[in-house]
Design a protein around this ligand. Structure first.
Ligand code: NAI
Length: 328
């Protein structure tokens, strides 16, 4: 039997954690041949809830689940981590300024980054889900100088999947026949879902849609504001779809993108497409052999340029703010 892969999940007792852990344990994260050991990190008051979830995981008798450890100490939870899913974060509460939010999250992601630096496995792959995801990933990465920077990523796969679904609805083409969609920038309302390079059933998506009014006034805002719409409808933020996207993100990173397609991941910029180096920004990426590459050479039109720049400006401001707070 293969050695289990250590998967650390933070915020394990939260709502995304509840939707995520069972799918990791049943083999959807890494595939049906890879046993996993779950390492759950929670804050002390939520340890008991995490233990309850662990009892349920036991009760599923998942053949691939080789064990579960629970801790409130990042140094323990990240010990030997091959995959780290950073889900737990400090939500914005009423009256909280952006600076307060960034500072509160710095208090979480800086020590977690350091614990990853000091204790994770050499091949660790990190996905930050907890918001503000891109900047939290930046903070964690800065605290982990011994880990290659490119291992720190943030999640825009939910936005990507939302965009796929909206485009499928508009064109009547199933999502399985849509390729090369891109989310650019920040996982926030400024994100830019780009269909100019996408294909629906083999045709260019922008040409197939041929409706710039829909693109600018419906598609982009629907995707960008979907999180708020879910909260409004469900009375709670997206959880199962976020967990599903986290599974997709890591599965694609490990197992590769199909030929002729790509996905969206927020990754440290190498300066591609004018995004300042080091910012963790969403790009079109291909993956193979457990590594990703930013797709090069795409022609960025004026419509796209303005929107990418606006989201990247927001990321730059967030970076300045955490720098001023001494978090990076
Ligand atoms: P939740 O509030 O239900 O759960 C968060 C959990 O994190 C709680 O159990 C809390 O005790 C735990 N936690 C807090 N600080 C921690 C720490 N220092 N170490 C370990 N655990 C800690 O929230 P939910 O719904 O599970 O969402 C989690 C995060 O994911 C939020 O920040 C949310 O905004 C974000 N999110 C991101 C999405 C994306 O597309 N990138 C999509 C949906 C949500």
């Amino acid at each position: 039997p293969r050695t289990p892969v250590n998967v650390t999940v933070t915020g394990a007792a939260g709502q995304i954690g509840y939707a995520l852990l069972f799918r990791i344990a049943s083999g959807h994260l890494l595939g049906p041949d890879t046993p996993v050991r779950l390492r759950l990190l929670e804050i002390t008051p939520a340890l008991s809830a995490a233990e309850g979830t662990a009892m349920e995981l036991d009760d599923c008798a998942f053949p691939l689940l080789s064990g579960i450890d629970i801790s409130d100490d990042p140094n323990v939870a990240f010990d030997g981590a091959n995959v780290a899913l950073l889900v737990g974060a400090r939500p914005r509460t009423k009256g909280m300024e952006r600076g307060d939010l960034l500072e509160a999250n710095g208090g979480i992601f800086k020590p977690q980054g350091k614990a990853i630096n000091d204790h994770a496995a050499d091949d660790v792959k990190v996905l930050v889900v907890g918001n503000p995801a891109n900047t939290n990933a930046l903070i964690a990465r800065a605290a982990a100088p011994d880990v290659p920077a490119e291992r720190f990523t943030a999640m825009t796969r939910l936005d990507h999947n939302r965009a796929l679904s909206q485009l499928s609805k508009k064109t009547g083409v199933p999502v399985s026949e849509i390729r090369r969609l891109t989310i650019w920038g920040n996982h926030s309302a400024t994100q830019y879902p780009d269909i100019f390079h996408a294909e629906v059933a083999g045709k260019n998506a922008a040409e197939a849609v041929a409706d710039e009014q829909w693109l600018a006034n419906e598609f982009i805002p629907t995707v960008a504001k979907r999180g708020a719409a879910i909260i409004e409808a469900r009375g709670a933020s997206s959880a199962a779809s976020a967990a599903n996207a986290a599974i997709d993100h890591v599965h694609t990173w490990v197992n590769g993108t199909p030929d002729g397609d790509w996905t969206s991941m927020a990754v440290p910029s190498d300066g591609s497409y004018g995004v300042p180096e080091g910012l963790i920004s969403s790009f079109p990426v291909t993956t193979a052999g457990g590594e990703y590459r930013i797709v090069q050479g795409l022609d960025v039109n004026e419509f796209s340029r303005t929107r990418i720049d606006a989201s990247v400006t927001e990321l730059t401001e967030e970076r300045e703010a955490v720098r001023a707070l001494g978090l990076i």
